[in-house]
Write a protein that binds this ligand. Structure first.
Ligand code: C2E
Ligand code: CA
Ligand code: CA
Length: 572
């Protein structure tokens, strides 16, 4: 009876050999294989009845050996010799794929013999155990490591481009399920989703759960091209998700975003293929709700462009390449400039003056809007002090604040420090937030807004009419100004519905004791309409585009310089 010993040192071999020889009528023939993968690969492992797993100090080597055994599809039971035998050791051993575990200090020939008989009679196939180790316990699908190994093997065997396809399925908004219904419900949902995904696959296709809410399937060329297989499968998966999931006595609707990547080159690595599918998945996610995307090289180019822009923004902040322009706000009753909105510009060293559309969204996604936003607030405070020195004590400056800035837990404190350092008094600085920002993570933003308000900052609701804030919510917040979005203002003359909406917004704001500012007024007719309907202030190209701070100072001292002289251009 051939027994294989895998161990680091020959002392262990000599010990086990001696013990086995001492057994009565010893039928055992012991072979020693050093604990290295190459030696094991070269050994005819299948000839052995049992494997004794000796001392292997490096767990990485241990893992590599186990996966080599698995690669050879070995069904031979393994007996591990261990220095300790803590509680739960058996269970751990089984999980690792071992059939029995013996304590080194009490090792005898008899004990070894009994163990060998025991494991051979029971014959728990090693790879089955390893499989359960490699399975995701919640869904029974392969886990991430197992999937990566499998994908690596498939890619290594791939002979032609576009012969392997990887599908990455991400469950949208999964965290919300956990947060609203508890983790038990989240787990149940994952099981149901896994089952539906499995139902979309044929016998020889396997899904894996490679992250909390992420599944993967790999396809190989068959009678259908991988591209066709991926497309068919993803369409089935999306269809399967359409029905609500019965979880925690609710019918929950879930969406998935799917990214698909093919091995465009034969020499692609697991990491690159996974990263490509991930990138495609993220773009699908941006499109909201049950979407899929095939990875293209342009996606990488776009991602690289974003990365480059990110590092340029970082440098720009350091080198003070940003500049705060201002667009005056005109009070319709007094025809005076009563304030201005700060709008950031970037003096890019090679691309010239860039508008916010070129960089704000990247700054938001990367978090760089946090330092940039502090710079903007700081600059506005400095400019307020300059205005005060010039005698414009009443002029208010507004800055835009995006949702991402509220995620900085020091936001309110840092703003308080800036105000304190600059000696800014109540009512001079205003923060403009969009409806969406006010609705996001309601509570945290609510609290910060109250504290900012206590610091003397006025809050205005920007782009009003385009978002979905609830009336009740707005009423609870310390908002003093409502800014009508320019998409309505631009069509008050041409579109009766928009005229009605603008009138309704003005009366709504007044009923809540808020001031109303109309944005984007470009013509005298629009300004007239707004004036006649009791709008408080107007901001738009009709009076002035956003201009440098020094131009604002000039305009404040010589209001006749406004592009359209206020009194002259309004026709009553
Ligand atoms: P916003 O806050 O809605 O700013 C108003 C935008 O409308 C400005 O664009 C302004 O130039 C433009 N505008 C004003 N009057 C008119 C008009 O009569 N006609 C037309 N067609 N457009 C008009 P800008 O400066 O390109 O800014 C775009 C957006 O970038 C801003 O929209 C704001 O959301 C964002 N932004 C600008 N500066 C900052 C900043 O410092 N921080 C943050 N987070 N966002 C900023
Ligand atoms: Ca604004
Ligand atoms: Ca706006």
């Amino acid at each position: 009876m051939q027994i294989l010993l895998i161990a680091e040192h020959d002392a262990e071999f000599r010990l086990i050999e001696r013990l086995l020889k001492n057994v009565e009528d010893s039928p055992y023939l012991l072979t020693w294989c050093q604990a290295d993968v190459l030696a094991l690969a070269a050994t005819q492992v299948s000839a052995y009845k049992a494997i004794i797993w000796g001392r292997i100090s490096d767990p990485e080597i241990s893992k590599a050996l186990l996966s080599e055994l698995k690669r050879q599809q070995i069904d031979i039971p393994v007996i591990a010799i261990s220095d300790q035998y803590p509680p739960g050791a058996d269970r751990d051993a089984i999980k690792r794929g071992e059939s029995d575990i013996l304590l080194r200090s009490s090792l005898t020939g008899q004990l070894l013999e009994r163990s060998i008989n025991f494991v051979c009679s029971r014959l728990i196939p090693l790879h089955k155990n390893i499989e359960s180790l490699n399975a995701d316990p919640l869904t029974g699908l392969s886990n991430r490591q197992e999937f990566r190994d499998k994908l690596a093997r498939i890619l290594a065997d791939a002979k032609s481009p576009e012969s392997v396809g990887l599908l990455l399925v991400d469950v949208d908004q999964f965290k919300k399920v956990n947060a609203s219904y508890g983790q038990g419900a989240g787990d149940a949902l994952i099981q149901l989703i896994a089952a539906r995904i499995r139902n979309c696959l044929s016998e020889d296709q396997h899904a894996a759960r490679i992250g909390g809410n992420e599944f993967a399937v790999v396809f190989q060329n068959g009678s259908e091209s991988v591209e066709e297989q991926c497309r068919n499968c993803v369409e089935q998966i999306i269809q399967a998700m359409a029905k609500p999931f019965p979880v925690a006595q609710h019918a929950i609707r879930m969406h998935v975003s799917v990214g698909i990547a093919l091995n465009k080159e034969v020499e692609i690595t697991v990491d690159v293929l996974l990263a490509n599918a991930d990138m495609a998945m993220r773009i699908a996610k941006g499109e909201k709700g049950n979407n899929y995307q095939f990875y293209t090289q342009n996606m990488t180019k776009a991602a690289q462009k974003i990365l480059k822009l990110e590092s340029e923004i970082r440098r720009g902040i350091r080198n003070e390449e940003f500049e705060l322009f201002y667009q005056p706000r005109i009070d319709l009753a007094s025809n005076q400039i009563v304030g201005a909105e700060g709008l950031v510009r970037w003096n890019h060293p090679t691309r010239g003056l860039l508008p916010p559309a070129e960089f704000i969204s990247v700054a938001e996604e990367s978090g760089l809007i946090v330092p940039l936003g502090y710079w903007v607030i700081h600059q506005a405070c400095k400019d307020l002090n300059v205005l005060s020195e010039l005698g414009h004590h009443q002029v208010q400056l507004a800055v835009n604040v995006s949702f991402r800035q509220f995620q900085d837990k020091n936001f309110v404190q840092t703003v308080a420090n800036i105000l304190g350092n600059q000696g800014i008094t109540e009512g001079r600085l205003e923060f403009e937030l969009t409806e969406t920002t006010m609705m996001i993570e309601g509570h945290a933003v609510d609290q910060s807004l109250r504290r900012l308000n206590e610091l003397g900052i006025d809050i205005s609701l920007d782009d009003f009419g385009t978002g979905y804030s609830s009336f009740a919510h707005i009423q609870r917040l310390p908002i003093s100004v409502l800014k009508i979005d320019r998409s309505f203002v631009g069509s008050v003359i041409s579109n009766e519905d928009d005229a009605t909406i603008v009138k309704a917004i003005i009366s709504l704001a007044h009923s809540l004791n808020m001031q109303v500012i109309a944005e984007g007024a470009e013509t005298a007719e629009q300004v007239n309409f707004l004036s006649e309907n009791s709008c408080d202030q107007v901001q738009g190209y009709f009076y002035s585009k956003p201009v440098t701070f020094s131009s604002v100072k000039n305009l404040l001292s010589h209001s006749e310089l406004l592009t359209n002289n206020i009194n002259a251009s309004i026709t009553h």
